[in-house]
Each structure stands twice: as C-alpha cells, then as structure tokens.
Design a protein around this ligand. Structure first.
Ligand code: AMP
Length: 393
C-alpha cells in the first residue's frame, strides 16, 4: 500500500509517500509559506529536487499541489493509488494513548486538546480537513506525539502544584517526540539484542527540539518535555528547565508580559539566546573553534544538562542497558556523544572513537567491553507513522 504521511504546521506541510511493503520513500517534500506566497520543494525517489513557486493560499491548495507533484513526477499514476494517509498530530492529551483511525469524533477530541498545543493542533486539524476534501473515502490515521508517553506513572507526570490544576485543566507532563522515542527504542532493542520485556533504554532525541525518554520494558516511564515542549533540555531556541520565579523577575525588570516572556523562552532562548550566535550546533562549534567564549559556554551547558538528565533516568529505572542518540545533533555530532559518555565513565561506559566519528548510521558506538551500550539510531518518524497507519487500516 502507498501511504501518504503528512506533518502539517501552521504555514508549512511536510510529506512523504511511502511504499509500506518495501518501506521505501517514493517521494518526500515540503510546502512552505502557506498563506503567505508559497513554495513547494519536492524530491523524487532518485533524489531529484524540484522547487515549485506556485501560490499556496491555504492548506487545501498545498495538498492539491502535493498530489499534482506526486503524479507529475511519477511517484503515482493517479490519486487512487494512495491507500491511506497518516497524520502527525502533536497533542493527544490524556484521550489518546495510541494511534486512531480519524472519525468526526476523533477530530472533535483533537480539537478539545487545542488548548494544550495552540500552535500545533489547529494546524494538524487543518491538514486533516484538507486531505479529507481532496482524498474523499481514503482512510486517515492520527498518530500522536504524546501517545507513547501515556504509560508514564503518576510520580513522573504530576507537577508539584495544587492538584486542582490537574483536576480542572489536566496540567501534567505529557511529553513529545513520542513517535521518535518509540521507533528508536524499538530499533535499539533489535540492534542491541535486548529483551523487549526486560530492558532499560534512554533515548536522547537531540534535534532543534530536544527531549530524553526513559524506556523501561518497551514503555515510556519518564520524559523531559512537559505540558508543552518548553520543559527539559536546553534546545536550539527553547530554554528548557528553569526556576519558574524567573518569569516574574524578568517581567518586572524588563516590563514584559507573561506572553512576551514565554515567547522569549520558546524562540529566543536556548543555545541561540545563550550564545548570541545561532541555534544551529554546526555554527556554534565553528564559533567555538574561532574563540567565541559564549558559544563554547552554551555548548558546555547544553552537554551538562543532557548528561544530568541521562543520570537522573538511570536512577528512575534503577539501571540502564543502552543510551541511544538520535535526531540532527544526536545522529551527527560526536562531541555531544563524547560529553555524555564521559559523564557515564563510572558505569564503565567507553566509546570506540572510530565508530563515534561516523555519522547518521545505525551503530553501536561503545566498545564491546562497555557495560552500557551506546548507540546511534537515525530516527524515522515518517516510517513509524506509515507503519501505524497500515496497522490500523
Ligand atoms: P532536527 O531538528 O532533528 O532536524 O535537527 C536539527 C539540528 O541538528 C540543527 O539545528 C543542527 O544544530 C543539528 N545538526 C545537524 N547536522 C549536524 C552536524 N553535522 N553536526 C552538528 N549538528 C548538526
């Protein structure tokens, strides 16, 4: 079956057409600047890249143009070949602990989670509506970023605030990147020959957004992102954990509203805000090499925070079999892997530096005698969404 995987943002839409039998991507692409002007970048299976500058006034036109690109560039002959659509949906609240076939009731339930992800869920719903109009009768599945973490126990998801906020508004830790954490921990079990029912894995998803998950016996038992993706690690532009009293302090000093400060914490903080250089780790490493002290400091604080989380999850699970790195930085940057490994020396962790220098391959990078396996596993959220979709339709 050919499955169209859609990841819809407010002004962008990423897609992949995957053949579920071969699990190969037949085409990938990105619509940008939807509602502004519009650009569609389409990549064929052979890697040819086509940029189309047609206007994309809304998501429906974007999806129409995606289907046109898929047929024009021969990923499919006609629209009938699309057997199902898998949608990435960011927040499923407590309602969804697994993927579901989309029905009017499911859409209503996703809408009820809009409060929890006001930037993402409405955009996801727009993408679903647009696909329903253009591909009537094609089954659609929602795959939630939060679902994998619904196995977390209460001690991991409750905050130390009055219980009424949980009762009234469901304020709690949800966690994100669930599709990635689930896919990567599953692959780690296979790669490391671990027992799915008796394993302790820590997945470090380090991309522009970053989160860490403790996966015990195949289930998420704790994760670093919270009610929103702002909590936890320092990220490209997000602050991660901080003393909540800092908000009032800065608000008074700088005469800023809570909304303005939250925006700063989401978009102008992290390694970007700390360094004043960039949110991209390649730029930071170049700046560090050129003697930029703030860039060096940001990288150091970043690595320390990741290591501290890994340590806390070893305690949460009372042990660890494997620490796994994934996403842009986790897959490509040997330095962050070395930093974390150096903090785990007390556990007998040792990296094979030749293997650690490789990029973007599925590999065990620890030495054979290392008591804890360290791995790099490129994430593939689209394939995970495709698999979930096929399983449900
Ligand atoms: P993602 O969100 O998973 O696409 O990851 C994007 C981030 O990965 C970028 O902001 C970069 O900081 C980081 N990244 C990608 N490639 C490399 C690389 N070769 N070395 C260091 N960092 C990288």
């Amino acid at each position: 079956m050919k499955v169209l995987v859609i990841n819809c943002g407010s002004s962008s839409l990423k897609y992949q057409l995957i053949d579920s039998e071969t699990e190969k991507a037949l085409a990938t692409g990105l619509c940008e600047r939807i509602g502004i002007d519009g650009r569609l970048t389409h990549k064929t299976e052979s890697g040819e890249k086509i940029v189309l500058e047609d206007a994309l006034p809304n998501h429906e036109v974007a999806i129409k143009n995606v289907i046109k690109a898929l047929t024009d560039y021969k990923a499919i002959e006609s629209l009938d070949e699309i057997g199902a659509v898998g949608h990435r949906v960011v927040h499923g609240g407590e309602k969804f602990n697994h993927s579901v076939v989309i029905t009017p009731e499911v859409k209503k339930a996703i809408e009820e989670c809009n409060d929890l992800a006001p930037l993402h869920n409405p955009a996801n719903l727009i993408g679903i509506d647009a696909c329903e109009h253009i591909l009537p009768g094609v089954p659609m599945v929602a795959v939630f970023d939060t679902a994998f973490h619904q196995t977390m126990p209460k001690e991991a998801y409750l905050y130390g605030i009055p219980h009424e906020y949980y009762d009234k508004y469901k304020v709690r830790r949800y966690g994100f990147h669930g599709t990635s954490h689930s896919y990567v921990s599953g692959r780690a079990i296979e790669l490391g020959g671990l027992d799915p029912k008796n394993s302790k894995i820590i997945v470090c998803h380090l991309g522009n957004g970053a989160s860490i998950t403790a996966v015990k016996n195949g289930e998420s038992v704790d994760t670093s992102m919270g009610l929103t993706p702002l909590e936890g690690l320092i990220m490209g532009t997000r602050s991660g954990d901080l003393d909540p009293a800092i908000l009032e302090f800065i608000s008074k000093k700088e005469n800023l509203s809570l909304e303005e400060i939250t925006n700063i914490l989401n978009k102008k903080s992290g390694v970007l805000g700390m360094s004043g250089v960039s949110s991209d780790f390649r730029d930071l490493e170049d700046a560090e090499a050129a003697g930029n002290e703030r860039a060096a400091e940001a990288l150091k604080v970043y690595g320390y925070r990741v290591s501290k989380y890994v340590g806390s999850y070893i305690a949460a699970m009372n042990g660890v079999d494997a620490v796994v790195f994934t996403a842009g930085l986790g897959e490509n940057d040997k330095n962050i892997r070395n930093t974390v490994a150096s903090h785990l020396g007390f556990l007998g962790v040792e990296l094979d530096q030749e293997l650690n220098a490789k990029r973007g391959q599925e590999l065990i990078i620890s030495k054979p005698e290392s008591k804890v396996k360290v791995m790099v596993i490129p994430t593939n959220e689209e394939l995970a969404i495709c698999r979930e979709t096929v399983a449900l339709v």
